[in-house]
Write a protein that binds this ligand. Sequence first.
Ligand code: NIG
Ligand code: FE
Length: 412
Amino acid sequence: MITLLTNIKELLQVRETSVAKVSGAEMAVLPTIKDAYLILENHLIADFGEMKNLPEIKADQIIDATGRIVLPSWCDSHTHIVYAGNREQEFVDRINGLSYEEIANRGGGILNSALKLNAASEEEIYEQSKRRLEEVMHLGTGAVEIKSGYGLTTEGEIKMLRVIKKLAENYPISIKATFLGAHAFPLHYKENKAGYIDEIITKMLPEIAKNKLADYIDVFCETGYFSVEETEKIMAAGIQYGLIPKIHVNQFNSIGGIQAGIHFKALSVDHLEVMNPEDIEALKGTQTMPVALPSCSYFLSIPYTPAREMIKAGLPLALATDFNPGSTPSGNMNFVVATACIKMKMTPEEAINAATINGAYAMGLSETHGSITKGKKANFILTKPISSYYQIPYAFGSNLIESVFLEGKILA
Ligand code: NIG
Ligand code: FE
């Protein structure tokens, strides 16, 4: 099956050869082709170029993209899409003056979601989660990472990871699974933290590894959650079972989690709302991708990741949603890109690079996703007729997507 898109106003993020990630000043450059064609063969990108060089081909399907922009699908490298119920009451409690921390200390927050998760059947959780997955696919996401972390029991964590696996089997979007048993200490382990860490290491990890239920291991390294020492212990155990670390750090406090992640060769360190100069310095020259989650900053009214300082220091940066019931009940990458431009002062080029190629890197998918490159998956967004790609962050809140292609097929 050969599909040809013609007269594309501008084709974004075109890379002749695949690059792993873009850093520092490179992030300001978004390679594009104006008045372009794009050829798909089955589920892959076969060719692209300027319309004036369009080769003679016999296409099974021709799509006239006059006035429209084509860009690779969003790569959302940090989500908690699998959960049960919601936390809308806590949202209203925060409006009425309680803080995220106060709500968590009263047994709300992550523990509230864990109660709901453990009370729900695997089928119910699948049904609720698939609706969110379908929603983000229609919003242009073509690859997504999904975490466990609302079970906090061996059974609950495995249940979540099985749901993630089933979603990956049933949908054309690429999914990576992360084990986040170390998301919070369950109530009955409050006085026995070592006991819970022991359960993670001796019960959860062997079972997850045996059934190949996760690619990555995550820890919420934060004051009141997991200390740097505990985080190191859990990362080391995960590595023993073949999982690569990708961790939550510096959301509220800078306590050394970034340095620990780098030491354990974490693929990414995520959140980074609170960054000191030593944290930025530590990331220089490493293979660890910093990931910012601006929708979380927006929803909780906490600081935004200092993108300008980090890019100025030569670092790469990826953008992701953090879609979860507590701190970010939204999986809209278009909003993330707009918010990064509006609140973090990233340029549209930087934000699009961060949400595509650098997001792919943070999921170990840079060989197949994140750019318009021959041989990569034909996962892309076809916009409505728009004046330029500046519209994507500028017209925040508008849906500019006409259609989404996943593995070469239009998403119905
Ligand atoms: O990434 N920070 C830790 N975990 C999630 C939120 C968890 C929750 O509130 O349910 C996050 O923001
Ligand atoms: Fe998160």
